[in-house]
Design a protein around this ligand. Structure first.
Ligand code: CDP
Ligand code: CDP
Length: 202
């Protein structure tokens, strides 16, 4: 049986962390759709055409080591505004969402465009300051040379571009439950998500 959980929200809100934990808890598969745009964006950094990059995306691209850098995040946000790029990535995401045994997808447009009929929709948010602190810690921990102001600027510029674009903009679905994790640690945020999903499952 298919059961789809859609998790959307702005940059570094905790979507991936919550999705991973929820998938492990319920035995669902997890797709971080941001990686599709990051891998596409990364390919364009050497001059590859964005639509060609999206159409020719390979599983190996998603495993590249440097997808988490701010440069690649910016490239992802730029290619993500191109309707033909999004179109090239739709079928793969929808097929993943329908797989037997349940699926969690996280991104920007899962509840609005990719899976408008998802069984559960969460919109995960946190204040800009909290998100920048979390992402800064993560980047410094993995050896990147950056600082608070640079991280905050990256998050804010991507959120602005992602929200303003015509194609599948970042916004909560009408029937999404908003989860503000500003004052929640990871365990509390995961527990809140599991509670919401259990209400639908039972
Ligand atoms: O997927 P998204 O960009 O929304 O966020 P993430 O990569 O899951 O989380 C960004 C960072 O915040 C990670 O280092 C998480 O460990 C951390 N985090 C946190 O400190 N508290 C939370 N409630 C959720 C995430
Ligand atoms: O981890 P973080 O929230 O910082 O970013 P991400 O989820 O890896 O997404 C990187 C970029 O891909 C976003 O800024 C969006 O422009 C784009 N994206 C999108 O347009 N639609 C999605 N479903 C997922 C990501």
């Amino acid at each position: 049986m298919a059961f789809t959980v859609a998790i959307d929200g702005p940059a570094a809100a905790g979507k991936g962390t919550i999705s991973k934990a929820v998938a492990a808890h319920f035995g669902f598969a997890h797709l971080d759709t941001g990686l599709l745009y990051r891998a596409t964006g990364r390919r364009t950094l050497d001059g590859t055409d964005p639509v060609t990059a999206a159409e020719q995306l390979l599983a190996a691209d998603l495993e590249a080591g440097d997808l988490r850098t701010p440069d690649v995040a910016q490239a992802a946000s730029r290619v993500a505004a191109i309707p033909e790029v999004r179109k090239a990535l739709v079928d793969f995401q929808r097929a993943f969402a329908r797989r037997d045994g349940g699926a969690v997808l996280d991104g920007r447009d899962i509840g609005t465009v990719i899976c408008p009929d998802a069984d559960v929709k969460l919109f995960v948010t946190a204040t800009d300051d909290v998100r920048a602190e979390r992402r800064l810690k993560e980047l410094l921990g993995s050896g990147h040379d950056t600082d608070y102001d640079e991280v905050l600027a990256d998050l804010r510029s991507r959120d602005a571009r992602d929200s303003a674009r015509a194609a599948a903009p970042l916004k909560p679905a009408d029937d999404a439950v908003t989860l503000d994790t500003s004052t929640m640690d990871i365990d509390a945020a995961v527990a809140a998500a599991i509670t919401i999903i259990n209400e639908t499952l039972t």
